[in-house]
Design a binder for this molecule. Structure first.
Ligand code: NAD
Length: 498
């Protein structure tokens, strides 16, 4: 049985703790590896290595730091097939979807190849007599990232690429469900020329996370995962005086106006609702058709598409979506489907009995479609994180708009319409961080920033884009006066430019 340890100081490190977790192949239910779960001593080893390496890395000129990322991007492309296979084997998503996961992360590495420009400061000549004022953006020192299982490549790269490009050392604590790709990415960073100690991977569970949150030498913490854990991370890291951004769960709605092309809207909903088995924080889990006629046409278009979904292992190239991540996730999704039926929703396509010959122990859930869902039902209130789509019928645009407006989550939302005026009103009034107009999953590209509102995000700066450079650096402002501007005598009142 393969044992996965940690990656510290440029090399594999078994760790001190004897606690381990099992890694499963979700398609078969078989254990594929054992994972070491770090304790405080393992984290200390990572911090010592990071602290020793960071000052020289921060002093490396930004073009040289950028060149590591140019080489890293080339290596990721070169190893794309190997990385996608590793990712699918632990996560269960299709190979094509794993490549999407890798590429969307790699695009952040491409973005930070511009670090010499991104990290440039500001300068004012002559801010006063003989006075110049300038600001520089300096790294925090050591940053840490705690990532979820559902994007094992993209989200680690969202975090470590800007943090490291800006001159920090970085400790990554990946999901204990899918650690192999993050470990491999760390090796590739070293192969790309990153000095040992600048990117360390510490595998583990809550013990490792809580040690990170309390560690004096970590200046900033970035978290992506579920909302209850995001709240804990935000409060605890802040209580320890750290800069923190914590992104949580979601319940993304898509509004379908009567003038929308229903066939195209249904296609969009199928990809956005069932792709990656619904295990995306930007998945659409609620469809809101406006008007009974739109709703009838939409449900009629969705039903055969959901019934026709090809669910299977990633090794079958015909698969549309794979299993969910664990047996516990499978059981939770099945019981939420039970609750939807018990609470009175119409179960149009029932995925509960799904079974695949040869994969009876895999964590599969069949594509499920509910109609006539209402806001008081558990399937509407909770993030299901599975291949389950709920249709909530709204009589008017205003009532459709009020649903995502009032929902506690605020990650993504979409509207399908041909009417620019409605789309513009929607984008302006909605209280959600990422909005799609005829785009079901409006995930911003690397040079914009990613982040939700309300219970989907805590903290004030987003992932990637220029926000990420701000998050991983702090501003130092220097006011310099040269002898030509010095005045005689002491000055006792506050200097002003009056
Ligand atoms: P999770 O919250 O269970 O785990 C995320 C990370 O936190 C993991 O590294 C895990 O080891 C750690 N963790 C888990 N429980 C902890 C605890 N009690 N104390 C400290 N650390 C703990 O999330 P998950 O199941 O891996 O991922 C799915 C969730 O992530 C969904 O809710 C999804 O919406 C969300 N997500 C959000 C975004 C976003 O950008 N908003 C992106 C992807 C996923």
């Amino acid at each position: 049985m393969k044992t996965i340890g940690h990656f510290i100081d440029g090399t594999q490190f078994a760790g001190h703790s004897d606690r381990t977790a099992e890694i499963f192949n979700p398609a078969t239910g078989e254990v594929s590896a054992k994972l070491a779960l770090a304790d405080e001593t393992d984290l200390d080893a990572a911090i010592s290595s990071a602290a020793a390496a960071q000052p020289a890395w921060a002093a490396t000129n930004p073009q040289r730091r950028a060149r590591v990322f140019f080489r890293f991007v080339a290596l990721v492309n070169q190893h794309m097939d190997e990385l996608a296979e590793l990712l699918s084997a632990e996560h269960g998503k299709t190979i094509g979807d794993s490549k999407g996961d890798i590429v969307r992360g790699m695009e952040v590495a491409e973005f930070v190849c511009g670090i010499p420009h991104l990290q440039k400061g500001e300068f004012t000549e002559g801010a006063g007599p003989g006075i110049d004022m300038y600001s520089m953006r300096q790294p925090l020192g050591i940053g840490a990232g705690i990532t979820p299982f559902n994007f094992p490549a993209m989200i680690p790269m969202w975090m470590f690429a800007p943090a490291i490009a800006a001159g920090n050392a970085f400790i990554l604590k990946p999901s204990e469900r899918a650690p192999s790709v993050p470990m491999r990415l760390a090796e590739l960073m070293i192969e790309a020329g990153l000095p040992a100690g600048i990117l360390n991977v510490v595998n583990g569970d809550r013990t490792a996370v809580d040690a990170i949150l309390a560690h004096d030498e970590i200046g900033g913490v970035s978290f992506v995962g579920s909302t209850p854990v995001a709240r804990h991370i935000y409060a605890t890291a802040a209580a320890h005086g750290k800069r923190v951004q914590a992104f949580g769960g979601a319940k993304n709605h898509m509004i379908i106006m009567p003038d929308a092309d229903i066939e195209k809207a249904a296609d969009a909903l199928i990809g956005a609702g069932y792709g990656s088995a619904g295990e995306r924080c930007m998945a659409i889990s609620v469809a809101v058709p406006v008007g009974e006629e739109t709703a009838d046409r939409l449900v009629a278009a969705l039903t055969p598409r959901v019934e026709g979904l090809k669910i299977g292992p990633y090794t079958d190239p015909a698969t549309d979506l794979g299993p969910v991540i664990t047996s516990a996730a499978q059981q939770r999704i099945l019981s939420l489907i039970d609750s939807g039926k018990a609470q009175g929703a119409d179960l149009v396509v029932d995925g509960r009995g799904f079974s695949l010959q040869g994969y009876e122990n895999g964590y599969f859930v069949g594509g499920t479609l509910f109609d006539r869902v209402t806001p008081d039902m558990d399937i509407y209130r909770e993030e299901i994180f599975g291949p389950v789509l709920s249709v909530v019928r709204a009589p008017t645009y205003e009532e459709a708009l009020s649903l995502p407006l009032r929902h506690p989550y605020g990650n993504g939302v979409a509207i399908f319409t041909h009417d620019g005026d409605t789309a513009r009103d929607f984008a302006s009034r909605i209280n959600i961080g990422m909005v799609g107009i005829n785009v079901p999953i409006p995930t911003p590209l690397a040079y914009h920033s990613f982040g939700g509102w309300k219970a989907s995000a805590f903290g004030d700066l987003n992932q990637h884009g220029t926000d990420s450079i701000k998050f991983w650096t702090r501003t130092k402002t220097v006011t310099a006066r040269w002898p030509s501007g010095l005045k005689e005598g002491a000055q006792f009142s506050m200097p002003t430019m009056a």
